[in-house]
Design a protein around this ligand. Structure first.
Ligand SMILES: Nc1ncnc2c1ncn2[C@@H]1O[C@H](COP(=O)(O)OP(=O)(O)OP(=O)(O)O)[C@@H](O)[C@H]1O
Ligand SMILES: [Mg+2]
Length: 368
């Protein structure tokens, strides 16, 4: 894939604005929006607004930005406002207030043509129900975005074939969607989204209709694609394990509001409230907690042996910890030894993990 223009600027040390910046996005459904917004401004609760105006606050004051190459996950229970939020980001629905900037352009200012152009070339969306055209062959579904852009058949087929190869479907180009399994259809959906080389990709629960094993494959595939393409991704899910596995950062949403935004490690180790804590209860902590969080600062002499990195997740260093009773030293990003792994803290986490694992049963969507 072509490297994003922003990458070069970053390498050259030029500061680049985040490709996606959302400021105080609010979406209210109902008739008396003015009254609802006035109450919101006064700090009224969602419930009070609903009782007094009949309006529903689907999203309230969502503020965040997503960096190039980042996967920003929005996670929350059904009805928490995830789909409404992601639809506001591309103006599939109009936010009641707030702004969305894509590469510095406030998309609220775009006219219909500007919006079409944005959706044609800059951003793509993948939904839970794949939304494929049943009477078009796989290749024509994938090439659809380029067809709208006016690309010649030869050009769009060449590109569509490249992308179909990436998602492992190059032998299925002439089939129709209904001849494919659900997992394969979602690969077509993904290929269609990638075909126009969008800067920004929005995913609304794309894998939730898939069987657990296929779902895990798709997650792995998305991660490996993202490692090479470094796009700006917003990914919606109601599965906390999926959020931990995919997210560089996760926003936890409840009743239309973000209750916590952080890295998987931050959320798992310091849940902001009871709602978040419940999600984290059966989370496989050793897969997200890093060595830096269970480190004792150096006290006296530096132990011998190859250090482990402060940023490594515990799972990756467990084999070494278990293989020898010796102190395991930890190095910072510059390679400087700064501490040792605290075995008591690791043991406590493992103990918690095994109790959670027993309670959760056999989970298939495991964080990376
Ligand atoms: N067009 C609409 N008109 C009125 N209310 C709506 C509309 N769309 C969504 N809502 C309401 O807004 C709230 C948030 O819905 P939304 O679909 O964004 O939730 P969600 O987090 O995506 O849920 P799910 O996990 O079930 O997809 C819900 O109470 C929903 O009923
Ligand atoms: Mg939804």
């Amino acid at each position: 894939m072509v490297a994003a223009a922003g990458d070069e600027a970053e390498r050259a040390g030029i500061e680049v604005a985040a490709p996606l910046v959302c400021t105080e996005i609010t979406k209210v459904f109902g008739e008396d929006l003015a009254a609802a917004m006035a109450l919101l401004d006064e700090g009224a609760s969602r419930q009070v607004v609903q009782e007094r105006t009949g309006c529903l606050i689907a999203v309230r004051d969502a503020t965040f930005s997503v960096e190039r190459g980042e996967i920003f996950v929005v996670m929350g229970l059904s009805g928490s406002g995830k789909s409404t939020l992601i639809r506001c980001l591309s103006r599939l629905i109009e936010p009641t207030s707030g702004t969305v900037e894509i590469d510095g352009t406030p998309i609220g200012d775009l006219d219909d043509e500007g919006l079409r152009e944005l959706r044609r070339s800059r951003l793509s969306m993948v939904f839970q129900h794949f939304g494929l055209f049943p009477h078009r062959k796989v290749i024509d579904n994938v090439a659809f975005g380029l067809e709208i852009q006016g690309a010649t058949k030869a050009d769009r087929y060449e590109r569509a074939l490249q992308v179909l190869e990436v998602v492992g479907l190059k032998d299925w180009t002439d089939h129709f969607p209904q001849q494919l399994s659900g997992g394969m259809q979602q690969r077509v959906g993904l290929a269609r989204a990638l075909c126009v080389e969008p800067e920004i990709l929005f995913f609304d629960e794309p894998f939730s209709a898939l069987d657990p094993l296929i779902r895990r494959d798709m997650q792995d595939e998305l991660l490996s694609l993202q490692a090479s393409m470094r796009r700006t991704l917003v990914f919606i899910t109601h599965d906390f394990h999926e959020a931990l596995k995919l997210g560089d950062r996760i926003a936890i949403m409840k009743d239309g509001e973000f209750v916590q935004v952080g890295t998987p490690e931050q959320i798992v180790s310091a849940p902001a409230d009871e709602y978040v804590r419940e999600f984290t209860e059966d989370a496989p902590k050793t897969k997200v907690v890093t060595v830096g969080s269970v480190m004792r600062p150096l006290d006296g002499e530096t132990p011998a042996g190859e250090p482990v990195s402060v940023g490594a997740v515990l799972d990756d260093v467990l084999p070494r910890l278990l293989a020898s009773p010796e102190e395991l030293c930890v190095a910072d990003d510059q390679g400087q030894v700064v501490g040792t792994v605290d075995r008591d803290q690791v043991a406590a986490l493992l103990d918690e993990g095994s109790r959670a694992g027993a309670a959760a049963g056999d989970r298939t969507a495991e964080p990376r």
